[in-house]
Ligand binder design. Structure first.
Ligand SMILES: N[C@@H](CCC(=O)N[C@@H](CS)C(=O)NCC(=O)O)C(=O)O
Length: 227
């Protein structure tokens, strides 16, 4: 693979979908450029149609952004990166762990709508107690079960869901950040894993950059005092 990679992303404070492949690439040690299009900006309006076939971020470009080869949608990006770099450990080596890791990503990709709607990712924000309702509590319980089951069955003495850091960890990183923002505390192995995930180098690098951002996007700030 010779073409350089560029990941088109949104604001690091808010864009949970952008965070997933960025963290997966970074944790795997794969070189890439980033092109950050801020939400509700002139840059977004001017370039989104060229840089993002679906009108949404993230998008992975091989070669020139806007002119090379595009893969959009996080699951497709993870699979494309895995094909380009099959030895970088995007998916676990063990076939059963790999099957579960894919199921975990698919469940995250398609599900947890209540949590995603009521507790949008906002790495800057601190809103303990906000957004909780019975459907959100059900989503959180399911996530806690998923994390505990993977750690128990496949984690071994290594720190992450399926041992070494995989796409499944990247997929749940925005959820872990939401738990910090909204003061959600899990129990036992799930809480330990949440802490390890938020402290992992790739998640830490994304979060530090998110904290350095100053933009306020009202659509992503349901609990802020209006400015
Ligand atoms: N299923 C898509 C979801 C992408 C998505 O919803 N991206 C949001 C940002 S996190 C976006 O681009 N929103 C802009 C818009 O809808 O105009 C994926 O997995 O990549």
């Amino acid at each position: 693979m010779s073409s350089r990679l560029t990941l088109v992303i949104g604001n690091k404070n808010y864009s949970s979908w952008s965070m997933r492949p960025w963290v997966a690439l970074r944790a795997a040690g794969i070189d890439f450029e980033e092109r950050l299009l801020k939400f509700e900006s002139r840059d977004w309006d001017d370039h989104i149609s060229t840089l993002a076939p679906s009108g949404m971020v993230p998008v992975l470009w091989e070669g020139a952004p806007g002119g090379g080869f595009a893969t959009w949608d996080t699951l497709a990006i993870v699979e494309r990166v895995n094909e380009l770099f099959p030895h970088k450990g995007l998916w676990p080596v063990d076939p059963h762990a790999r099957a579960w890791a894919r199921a975990y990503c698919a469940e995250m990709h398609a599900g947890f709508q209540a949590l995603r709607a009521a507790m949008p990712m906002n790495i800057h924000g601190r809103y303990p107690g906000k957004g909780m309702n019975p459907n959100v509590a059900r989503d959180i319980a399911r996530i806690s079960t998923l994390w505990t089951d993977a750690r128990t069955r496949f984690g071994g003495s290594a720190p992450y869901l399926f041992g070494a850091f995989s796409a499944a960890d990247a997929y749940f990183a925005p959820v872990a950040m939401r738990f910090v923002t909204y003061g959600v505390v899990l129990q036992g192995a799930a809480e330990q894993y949440r802490r390890r995930l938020t402290e992992s180098p790739a998640v830490g690098a994304w979060s530090a950059a998110a904290l350095a951002e100053t933009e306020f996007v009202a659509a992503d700030e349901p609990y802020a005092t209006p400015r």
